[in-house]
Design a protein around this ligand. Structure first.
Ligand code: SF4
Length: 217
């Protein structure tokens, strides 16, 4: 039985193979924050269309002034647009507490900030963690579907809940902002290129470390 690869080794292998990803793919930190909501239950292409409708210079103040209906119309390409418009408005109400200053939010303690974000309508764990990692400079693991799929296939026995999985990885992975930012982006990239729903194991860099890859040989 081959020994299971550690989280850090997995990160290093992906990093050396794909190189730095430089995520999140948004023009500004504010766009990043909005797109973390827009990307719920859709793909990035649709988010880009919604962001283009909002315009490059979109600000929190401009969206606050916008009627919810008008906002919904602009973000229509991202799907579930009425629901998302409501979520964005609710999130901005929260952000207003910090005068829409990302730097002010960055000063908040990590656990307190996460709790605050999770209390906002429409902000689930994955969205909160993405905002924290890519805009508010709080290192943490995003236990999304790409991560679950990859880690299960490699042979990890994953805890059942998002939070337990996230906590377990964080215990064993360096508490480093850039490494966490890259780790999530690399897992997504690998999920798109090789570890797809139907995986392309033959040429995968993780073949010899992966239970599923070995079984499919
Ligand atoms: S070997 Fe196959 S299942 Fe394993 S990580 Fe690579 S693509 Fe995914």
């Amino acid at each position: 039985m081959t020994e299971k690869i550690s989280y850090t080794e997995l990160y290093l292998k992906l990093f050396h193979y794909y190189g730095p990803q430089g995520w999140w793919p948004a023009a500004s930190d504010f766009q990043m924050l909005i797109s973390a909501i827009l990307v719920q239950r859709t793909n990035w292409k649709n988010v880009e269309l919604a962001l283009a409708n909002l315009g490059e210079n979109i600000t929190a103040g401009k969206i606050m002034e916008m009627e919810e209906e008008k906002l919904a119309e602009k973000i229509r390409p991202s799907g579930f647009y009425r629901m998302k418009a409501k979520k964005i408005k609710a999130w901005l109400q929260w952000f207003q507490k910090y005068d829409f200053q990302i730097g002010e939010v960055q000063k908040v303690d990590r656990a307190i900030l996460r709790k605050e974000l999770l209390a906002v309508h429409g902000i689930g764990e994955e969205t909160a963690d993405a905002m924290m990692l890519y805009a508010f400079n709080k290192p943490g693991f995003i236990a999304d579907n790409y991560a679950v799929r990859l880690f299960q296939r490699i042979g990890y026995h994953l805890p059942k809940t998002y939070h337990a999985f996230k906590t377990e990885v964080e215990k064993l992975f360096p508490h480093d902002l850039e490494m966490h930012q890259e780790f999530h982006a690399l897992i997504v990239e690998h999920g798109k290129q090789y570890c797809k729903k139907t995986p392309l194991c033959e040429n995968c860099l993780l073949l010899s470390y992966c239970r599923m890859g070995r079984e499919r040989r």
